[in-house]
Each structure stands twice: as structure tokens, then as C-alpha cells.
Design a protein around this ligand. Structure first.
Ligand code: FRU
Length: 457
């Protein structure tokens, strides 16, 4: 039977479980991307580093796993981490388990194979005694040295990110806390990432283990300390977690997240988890942080299925009738008023199954509801945006739905309709909404080679 729920332009292993994106790094032969992978099954376990290569950020070639568990210091898992280039060679910093320690592995110049450092672990214990969670190093360069943040948490108090510095990636000096949270209910920070912007500010992304959501904090950074502003949701949906970022040579920060399954029982499909599309995280002209799909995604457009400008959509209508697909990009620019705009995806002809993305004009909120497509109910959104012109940028790929609003917000979710004919679209409104333009594209597969497609027929 055809697997309706696999992605075709999202990165995922051919089979089995994946979670966090790990260690994106640019080498001579392209972007190497790794991810938490179970080589033995479709549930979390046997954590290793799955591996893929891209020349352009959007087409992928799958490779053999780069690191497997097995040494005394990583016998229970090769957990998340990062990769930096030093002396022309990729150096992976990852968390070995159990207990959680930081380890090094060095690859050849083309990232074809990696060898674990004989002196592992390079950080053998957390700086605070008794802290069980101590993982997910993320690196950047500062004054000719490598800095890392490592996530952890104070039980019943809040999460924390620790800062270390090294000149050779082997000897690490502990510098103190980058900053810490104060939410007793979210007391472990996983996968901290620190992004540095040209104006001297920095953005900390942390994945809250208990909440299973990613938060962002921006603030002034100096000498291993961040003075963070108010935390806010980095993605408004229910499936985006543990993102990892890379700073490209052109200065762009690009983030990849894990699109988790949102319902249980999905291991029966033989796989779980997808990687999000690459998204640029950037400083907008007004100083706020924006997020948008990378421009390279345009390369995956196969054909335009629909285009229309300057019209009003009323309740009960559907200008998109007859347009179908499970691999789509949809761009809608509209005037926000008091009425709401609804975009239905993966819709069966009579609407028995559908995922609904809503822009609620009254409150300026973005929502998605996949409860009628085997997914989770009414998810998320709820922020206030100024009226006027809004742009919704939507990608659908099998069970993955990613929505970007005004290059400002993102909302990722999953939908699992069962009907083969659940592939239609509908655009409608609660009253009347002025559409300035709408474009729909069919998207290509991200896999160059037939054998990389892994479409379970
Ligand atoms: C986040 C996480 C990380 C850890 C990895 C293990 O999803 O829990 O903190 O390194 O997954 O797979």
C-alpha cells in the first residue's frame, strides 16, 4: 500500500526512527546533516548519528550512519551535538551516554568517515554535581577559540545552559552559566543553540524537555553571558522540536527542526520523525527576529498549479476547487480584516478528512487543526499582528505541514488522513477576505537518486 504520510521533499531516513537534527556543517562536498537515528527500529533507542548530504540545502543524498553507540562512554547512546571545522577537518562534539558526558569524533575532509577521539570523554562531568541532564553541545567561534553551550537543568527550578571554551576541542575550560530559566515545570533545557547577529545581540534557542516546545530568547551577549529578554515560542505548532542551526558563508543562519509525530502508534508505519524544511532565522529591519523558508526551496518547484490576483473570497466558496496534491507550496497574500481566512489541506472531496489552517482576523491569530485528519486538535497560534497585508506561506508534504506567516511566525504540525482522495485544497472565509495574490506549486522530491526516494509502495 502506498504510504500517504512520508515526506518527499523533507529529509528523513528511508526507514526507522529519527529525532533531533545534529551537527549541520559545510564541507567541500556540501552541507553534511546528521540526525538522531535508531538503526534498529521505528521507536526511540540505540541512538546514533544518521547522515545525509546536500549540495544546495534542499536536495538530499542519504549516507550510512556517521557514529554508532558502543564505547564505554557512549554505550547507551550517541546523543545530540554539533560539528565544527578545524584544520580542514570536521570535528563532531556529541553527548555520550550514560552518564552524560561530552565527546569528540574527527572526520576526514569530505566527511566520509568519523573516528572517536581516544581521549574521550572530553568533558567527563557536569560543572554542578549530581546534574543528570548534561547534553547537546553547540559551538561557535569567538576570538579564535571554540565556545560551546551545553544544556542542563536544576530540578524544580529551571533549565540552564553552561558555557565552555577550548583552543583544541579536547581541553575545555568551564566559564559559567550563559543564563538560566526560572520555570520549575520546565527544568531541563535541551539542545541550546546560540545565534550571534551583526548588531552584537544573540538569540538563544532552547528546547524545553517537559513542555516539548522550543523557546527563543534574545538579548545582549558578552563574554559567555547572555542577558535574555522574555522567552517566546519559536514555532507555534505541536511538532517542531530540538532545532539545530548553521551559519552559512553568506551570513545566513539556517535552522532545521525535528518534526515529531503528534499521535501515538505511528511506529507501525516503519518510521517516525521527519526533518523540517530549512528555515532562515534573521534580524528584520525593525530589529525583531524573523523566520522564513530558505530561498533555495524554490528549486523544488515542479510546476505552478494555480495563480490568481486581486479577488475577494467569500464564505461558502472555493477558488482552489480541483487543485490537488500532497507535495505542495502555497503562497497567499491577503488583507487582514475582522473576518477569518481558512486554508484546508489534504481534504477529501466531501471534507470528511481535512487539515485546516486558520488566520483569525478578529484576534490576528494563526491556528492549525488536524483533528479531522488523524492528527492533533486545534493547535496553537494566538498572537496579535497588525492588520493590513499578510502573507501565509504553506508547505504540505505527506503528513508534514509547515506554515510561515509574514516571515515572522512559523507553525508546524502533522496530519495523517487515511483516504487516498484526501489531497484537495479549499480556501474560504468567514465573511469576505481580500486576496491580493495566491500561487500554488507542485513540489519535487528532494532525493536525487531513485534509491534515495524510499517511497514505501
Ligand atoms: C532532544 C533529546 C536531546 C538528546 C536526544 C537524544 O529531543 O532528548 O536532549 O540529546 O534527544 O536522542
Amino acid at each position: 500500500m502506498k504510504d500517504l504520510h512520508r515526506g518527499q521533499f523533507h529529509l528523513q531516513p528511508e526507514t526507522n526512527w529519527m529525532n533531533d537534527p545534529n551537527g549541520p556543517v559545510m564541507l567541500k562536498n556540501g552541507l553534511h546533516m546528521f540526525y538522531q537515528y535508531n538503526p534498529l527500529g521505528a521507536q526511540w533507542g540505540n541512538m546514533s548519528w544518521g547522515h545525509a548530504l546536500s549540495k544546495d540545502l534542499v536536495h538530499w543524498k542519504r549516507l550510512e550512519p556517521a557514529l554508532l553507540q558502543g564505547e564505554s562512554y557512549d554505550k547507551d547512546g550517541v546523543f545530540s551535538g554539533c560539528c565544527v571545522v578545524k584544520d580542514g577537518l570536521p570535528h563532531i562534539l556529541y553527548t555520550g551516554v550514560n552518564p552524560q558526558v561530552q565527546c569528540l569524533a574527527v572526520g576526514d575532509a569530505l566527511g566520509e568517515s568519523f573516528a572517536k577521539y581516544a581521549g574521550n570523554p572530553v568533558i567527563a562531568a557536569p560543572p554542578v554535581e549530581g546534574m543528570a541532564d548534561f547534553r547537546d553541545p553547540f559551538a561557535w567561534e569567538e576570538n579564535g577559540q571554540t565556545y560551546i553551550v551545553v544544556g542542563g537543568g536544576y530540578k524544580g527550578e529551571g533549565g540552564v545552559a553552561f558555557v565552555y571554551r577550548s583552543h583544541d576541542l579536547k581541553d575545555w575550560e568551564y566559564l559559567g552559566e550563559l543564563c538560566r530559566g526560572n520555570d520549575p515545570k520546565n527544568d531541563v533545557w535541551e539542545c541550546p543553540n546560540l545565534l550571534h547577529f551583526a548588531d552584537g545581540s544573540a538569540l538563544l534557542l532552547v528546547s524545553l524537555m517537559d513542555h516539548q516546545a522550543v523557546y527563543a530568547m534574545e538579548g545582549a551577549y558578552e563574554g559567555g553571558k547572555l542577558t535574555p529578554g522574555k522567552p517566546y515560542r519559536h514555532d507555534l505548532g505541536d511538532c517542531y522540536y530540538a532545532p539545530n542551526t548553521i551559519k552559512l558563508a553568506d551570513g545566513r543562519y539556517v535552522g532545521f527542526g525535528w518534526l515529531k509525530e503528534t499521535v501515538s502508534g505511528r511506529e507501525n508505519a516503519g518510521w517516525q520523525g521527519m526533518m523540517s524544511l530549512p528555515r532562515e532565522i534573521f534580524k528584520k529591519r525593525d530589529g525583531t527576529i524573523g523566520v522564513r523558508p530558505v530561498k533555495e526551496l524554490k528549486k523544488l518547484r515542479l510546476q505552478q498549479l494555480y495563480e490568481r490576483k486581486n479577488f475577494t473570497v467569500h464564505s461558502g466558496e472555493n477558488p482552489l476547487k480541483g487543485i490537488e496534491g500532497r507535495q505542495l507550496e502555497i503562497l497567499v497574500t491577503f488583507e487582514a480584516g475582522a473576518d477569518s481566512l481558512y486554508l484546508e489541506l489534504l481534504k477529501s472531496p466531501k471534507g470528511e478528512e481535512k487539515a485546516i489552517v486558520t488566520f483569525d482576523g478578529a484576534i490576528g491569530g494563526l491556528y492549525a487543526d488536524c483533528s479531522r485528519a488523524g492528527g492533533a486538535a486545534e493547535e496553537s497560534g494566538g498572537m496579535t499582528l497588525a492588520g493590513g497585508r499578510n502573507t501565509m506561506h504553506v508547505f504540505v508534504d505527506g503528513s508534514a505541514i509547515e506554515v510561515f506567516l509574514n516571515e515572522q511566525e512559523s507553525l508546524s504540525t502533522r496530519a495523517y488522513p487515511l483516504r487516498e482522495d484526501a489531497c484537495g485544497l479549499r480556501l474560504h472565509a468567514s465573511g469576505a477576505v481580500r486576496i491580493l495574490s495566491i500561487e500554488v506549486y507542485e513540489m519535487d522530491s528532494a532525493y536525487d537518486l531513485e534509491e534515495d526516494k524510499g517511497a514505501a509502495e
